[in-house]
Design a protein around this ligand. Structure first.
Ligand SMILES: Cc1cc2nc3c(=O)[nH]c(=O)nc-3n(C[C@H](O)[C@H](O)[C@H](O)COP(=O)(O)OP(=O)(O)OC[C@H]3O[C@@H](n4cnc5c(N)ncnc54)[C@H](O)[C@@H]3O)c2cc1C
Length: 213
């Protein structure tokens, strides 16, 4: 299977940690709150963190019209998107074998500027990715806000997932060492909502926030 994967996206380092399945790529994109977008202007590579969403097999990026990232992406120039979910610290008996459990994806694609209804759909997707239910509750974009925003859809042309799970892998002779070893799991949990003191007096916490874990 991996022989059909293009060289630039074929995992060489620990290839058995790879998946090229679109469903795995989509799952990582859907769970991660942010991504990092890499692009090159002249001889200078840039990597910019940003909010994203997924619509089908495209990654949606949005932001101010003046954003260099978005202006560059709109030209159809090549982009690389990295998405990382951190699951645990892996504490080995040797310093060398310390690691992390994670699920990550690296995506190659090109952007296209969305307009009209598709642009509004992209804006909705980003809002819903942040917090499902918010789009229908909050005031929608005014004409001025809509026009001041760029929305880009990046095609997922090639994508690789890499993941590590499970306990540390130490050298055989190190298992006898009196050193604690194992996992330190990381759970990212949103805290309880903190109401804005200036909010409308008649507004209760919406259900989608009450249910939000
Ligand atoms: C949270 C986290 C921490 C990490 N810490 C380290 C570290 O400290 N040291 C270290 O050496 N490596 C670390 N890695 C693994 C690292 O991301 C690379 O996979 C590894 O360094 C091999 O790089 P390479 O350029 O030789 O990859 P290659 O195997 O040559 O990569 C070939 C192609 O595979 C894809 N690819 C590579 N890495 C990933 C990835 N992580 N996810 C999805 N696709 C990928 C890309 O398309 C890339 O072009 C970490 C990964 C994560 C997610």
């Amino acid at each position: 299977m991996s022989s059909t994967i293009p060289d630039r996206s074929r995992l060489k380092r620990i290839p058995d940690r790879a998946s090229y399945e679109p469903a795995d790529v989509h799952a990582i994109l859907d769970e991660a709150p942010i991504c990092h977008v890499g692009f090159q202007v002249g001889s200078q590579p840039f990597v910019i963190p940003t909010i994203h969403a997924r619509m089908g097999n495209e990654v949606i990026l949005h932001g101010a019209k003046a954003s260099r990232l978005l202006k560059h992406a709109a030209t159809g120039a090549p982009l690389t998107i990295a998405v990382t979910l951190l699951d645990a610290l892996v504490l080995a008996r040797s310093v060398f074998h310390h690691s992390m459990n994670y699920r990550s994806a690296v995506i190659f694609g090109t952007g296209r500027l969305l307009e009209g209804d598709e642009k509004m759909e992209g804006m909705r997707a980003v809002s819903e990715h942040l917090l499902a239910g918010r789009w229908d509750d909050a005031r929608g974009p005014s004409k001025k806000e809509f026009n001041a925003t760029s929305v880009i859809a990046v095609s997922i042309d090639e994508a690789t997932c890499k993941s590590r799970s499970g306990p540390p892998g130490d050298e055989e002779e190190d298992y006898a060492l009196p050193v604690w070893a194992g996992l330190l799991p990381l759970q990212q949990v949103w805290g309880p909502p903190e109401a804005d003191p200036g909010r409308h007096a008649d507004v209760d916490l919406p259900d989608y926030l009450k249910d939000h874990a």
